[in-house]
Design a protein around this ligand. Structure first.
Ligand SMILES: Nc1ncnc2c1ncn2[C@@H]1O[C@H](COP(=O)(O)OP(=O)(O)OP(=O)(O)O)[C@@H](O)[C@H]1O
Length: 618
């Protein structure tokens, strides 16, 4: 039985990726860990198709005045201005999609004649193709039919029922059109459940696997809500802006990525999105804000700066979303988040919709997070903190001194097996910034084009590195944990944990950079004595994901003490129900009978961000 939404795509993907999975006929080097495996077990390591995307976070040319949602001038990209059907839209009937109802706010004034909204779909936006009926086969190979098997747990009062299709949700014609442009045919499980909950006016804490579509799950209700509701006139402060929605994320790159996504989803809806993050010139961001903002995507540090300068007020916030919420409430960020949510002028909980999303939600973080939520629903989709069966996980015992040569073996093998001798996109995680630079240098001098991303690099360097990696120009990216969460980089074939993290949750997020949205991936970890404390949770996680656990790792795991919630920290169970801990956990496919201990023992939720380790972050 399939147990997760991603599981369900495996067979479909195997078919759709058939060409890329085809093994070369010439003899190829196979590394030890891949030997003696049937061909179908080996993920696609062929080279990526070049990508055109970039991480240019701020939108050029989009202009919007706060007071009347109009004004401003100067677009950067001339293009046909299509009739903006989002304005004055009169409603898609529930289950229908045709007009009627009149519930939608007429956001008149939007882009005026002097300006052009940059088309975020770029050259791929073919209006004719878009208007053709989408058949389910046209989507990205995700097998939606198996969704019924996915374990889902909800808790809370009066939980709104899930939907099966986007058409069942009253999102508005323009947003629906953008969803079609994104080629999303059906909602993923987390979207099926979360969107009606938020549209039904509920706060939400949602835990769902990496790569399972959480971004759209919180973006759609925000955009749709802003479009349909009347907020009255926003104050006209001297230079202060009053966004209606705030999306916070822990890293600059993730904020940029969310901003890019929101721009696509909100295209021609009249909803204006701006991103603000550290390391980039604040003046440019201020100018963007002055042109008007409905949805502000931000990193906490830059937002606090803007709040203290009184350039942003949170008084009108109606939607608050915390992406990677467990990270945001971990030791590093919690004071800033509390300041933003509790000590500035944001409406109290209950007066706004609050959504917290992550693939991992330790119990102690849930407790902290509940301060921000009102009568919320807890939603867990898929198996506990699961990494999906689409990711083949390998653990190899490698002494510290052998790591480089071992990595070299893996990279040589990949290159040999790759199409036209191309290097597949490989993300290599290390513990320290220094370690990242040094490994990158060593790779480059040994003929492997590599780049790095970490907190000591300038923002420009970081964005350049990411672009270069995505395009395949430097197919190896050496990264600290700054790249561990949220980044949705197509075609990452292999994640190597050169240095394992101290915390199993970080491992879950790191390997989740591959095997996304139905694609297969490979994750290799180098384990040695220094990682003993991770042996047990790692072995359990692998077992849950039906991975082969090496006998030596099982022995390490059995020797490890069972110490509090460092284990099974990646829990996806509502802490409010801890009285029933230990029962029903099999619902998530959790292996082993002693899981209760993980949820029942209070304590060191910040274990993974101990001094020294936290330095890897922004
Ligand atoms: N309904 C859908 N149909 C098809 N593809 C989708 C759908 N929803 C999202 N996707 C795609 O799935 C990919 C992963 O989505 P997303 O980045 O939101 O995952 P996530 O759950 O936030 O992952 P992470 O936990 O790593 O942050 C993206 O490329 C996104 O465009």
């Amino acid at each position: 039985m399939r147990t997760s939404w991603a599981d369900s795509v495996a067979s479909e993907t195997a078919v759709s990726d058939n060409n890329s999975m085809r093994r070369p006929t010439r003899s190829t080097y196979v590394p030890p860990h891949l030997r003696n495996r049937p061909a179908s077990d080996t993920p696609n390591l062929s080279g990526p198709a070049p990508e055109k995307e970039s991480f240019n976070g701020t939108a050029g040319g989009s202009q919007w005045s706060l007071s009347n949602m109009g004004g401003g001038s100067g677009g950067t990209k001339p293009e046909d201005r299509r009739q903006s059907q989002g304005y004055g839209y009169t409603g898609a009937g529930r289950g229908g999609g045709s007009s009627g109802g009149g519930a939608w706010n007429n956001r008149s004034g939007g882009w005026d004649r002097r300006e052009r909204e940059v088309n975020p779909f770029g050259d791929n936006d073919d209006a004719d193709a878009r208007d053709q009926a989408f058949s389910e086969q046209e989507n990205s190979g995700i097998n939606f039919d198996a969704y019924e098997d996915i374990p889902v747990e909800t808790s809370g009062e009066n939980v709104p029922p899930p939907v099966n299709t986007f058409a069942e949700i009253d999102l508005g014609e323009q947003l629906n059109q953008n969803i079609r442009r994104c080629k999303y045919v059906k909602p993923t499980p987390v979207q099926r459940h979360a969107i009606p909950m938020v549209l039904g006016g509920r706060d939400l804490m949602a835990c769902a696997q990496t790569g399972s579509g959480k971004t759209a799950a919180f973006c759609f209700p925000i955009i749709s809500g802003i479009m349909r509701e009347q907020y009255g006139q926003r104050p006209r402060g001297a230079r202060t802006v009053y966004p209606l929605a705030l999306i916070l994320s822990p890293t600059r790159e993730l904020s940029c990525q969310i901003h890019d996504e929101v721009k696509k989803f909100s295209y021609q809806t009249g909803v204006k999105v701006v991103v603000a993050y550290g390391g980039a010139p604040i003046n440019q961001q201020l100018r963007e804000l002055e042109r008007g903002v409905d949805i502000l995507v931000a990193t906490p540090g830059r937002l606090v700066d803007l709040l203290e300068r009184a350039r942003v007020s949170l008084r009108m916030i109606r939607y608050l979303a915390l992406d990677e919420a467990d990270r945001m409430l971990d030791m590093g960020f919690e004071p800033q988040i509390r300041k933003i949510v509790e000590q500035m002028d944001m409406p109290d909980r209950g007066m706004r919709r609050t959504m917290l999303f992550s693939a991992t939600f330790p119990r102690e973080i849930q407790r902290l997070a509940s301060d921000f939520l009102s009568n919320y629903i807890f939603l867990a989709v898929g198996r506990v903190g699961s990494s999906t069966d689409l990711i083949v996980q390998r653990v190899e015992f490698v002494h510290e001194s052998d790591k480089r040569s071992h990595l070299m073996d893996l990279l040589h093998a990949q290159r040999e097996n790759g199409a036209h001798g191309k290097q597949a996109l490989t993300l290599v995680f290390v513990e320290t910034k220094k370690g990242a630079d040094s490994l990158e240098h060593w790779l480059c001098i040994n003929g492997f084009p590599a780049t790095t991303i970490h907190g000591d690099r300038t923002q420009q360097e970081r964005e350049l590195a990411l672009r270069s990696f995505k395009s395949g120009k430097t197919p190896i990216l050496v990264a600290t944990d700054v790249a561990a969460r949220g980044l949705d980089i197509p075609h990452v074939a292999h994640v190597v944990n050169f240095d394992l993290p101290n915390d199993i949750d970080d491992y879950v997020h790191r390997i989740g950079r591959t095997g996304r949205a139905g694609k297969t991936g490979l994750a290799t970890a180098f384990f040695n004595e220094g990682n003993s404390s991770l042996a047990r949770p790692l072995a359990e996680l692998m077992q849950e994901a039906s991975q082969e656990v090496p006998a030596w790792l099982t022995r390490y795991a059995s020797r490890a003490p069972y110490g509090g919630n460092k284990y099974r920290r990646y829990g996806g169970r509502d802490f409010r129900r801890e009285g029933s801990v230990g029962r029903n956990l099999d619902h998530y496919g959790v292996v082993g009978g002693n899981n209760g201990a993980a949820y029942a023992v209070p304590g060191n939720y910040g274990g993974g961000y101990a001094p020294g380790v936290s330095s890897a972050w922004d």
